[in-house]
Design a protein around this ligand. Structure first.
Ligand code: HQG
Length: 183
């Protein structure tokens, strides 16, 4: 498939696997999985042609590893980023001492006041490296990278999960654990 076919398919798969499965009458199980067969059938009934080969290509080539296939290869889910409620079934684990969050400058006053909130998603998303955080933040505007004192949060009893694609997840980051750039 071409790049643009893959991109379109990836956007559509993100939409129905993370945010709005009902749009095409798709049923996800409690952990967010559906079968490839059902995804293909329901998508095509709603005017979106997906083949098994195209889906497998999207999964394999996704820059952020957005999707996972089940061990038997028959089912698929989004690795993270859901706004609908799903139980990812991840075990909490200890994060590196410092994590990063990329955001937009215009959100800073609000973030200083309330810390990082999950907004429409199921978790606050954090990155292990500054480059990734910069890309995430640039989606929203003039980028600012915040340092997160993950060691301090762990000591204070906050839980962290690592999604299958390496994104770190937590419930909220109180402002005391955030390092803001000076300027
Ligand atoms: C901000 C992408 C004001 C937060 C990426 C962010 C990621 C606040 C925005 C994944 C706030 C939410 C998630 C507060 C948080 N006041 N603004 N108190 N607390 N915010 O898109 O982390 O391409 O829901 O800083 O790679 O940007 O979709 O979260 O700017 O992994 O696969 O509210 O989405 O992956 O924005 O990105 P988002 P995010 P995909």
């Amino acid at each position: 498939a071409s790049d643009s076919q893959r991109r379109r398919a990836s956007k559509f798969m993100s939409l129905v696997l993370r945010h709005d499965p009902r749009r095409i009458g798709l049923d996800l199980d409690t952990a967010g999985w559906t079968t490839l067969a059902e995804l293909i059938a329901k998508s095509s009934a709603h005017g979106q042609q997906l083949s098994e080969a195209l889906i497998r290509e999207v999964v394999a080539t996704s820059d952020k590893q957005r999707f996972a296939l089940s061990e038997d290869g028959l089912s698929i889910r989004a690795n993270q980023g859901h706004s609908i409620h799903v139980e990812l079934g991840l075990a909490a684990c200890e994060p590196p001492p410092v994590l990063f969050h990329g955001t937009a400058r215009r959100f800073l006053d609000s973030i200083r006041a309330t810390g990082l909130e999950k907004r429409s998603r199921q978790h606050v998303h954090l990155s292990a490296d500054e480059d990734t955080a910069a890309k995430v933040g640039a989606r929203h505007g003039k980028v600012v990278i915040l340092r997160v004192d993950a060691a301090g949060m762990t000591a204070a009893g906050h839980l962290f999960w690592r999604a299958d694609n390496g994104v770190w997840l937590t419930e909220a980051v109180p402002a005391v654990f955030l390092g803001f750039p000076d300027a």
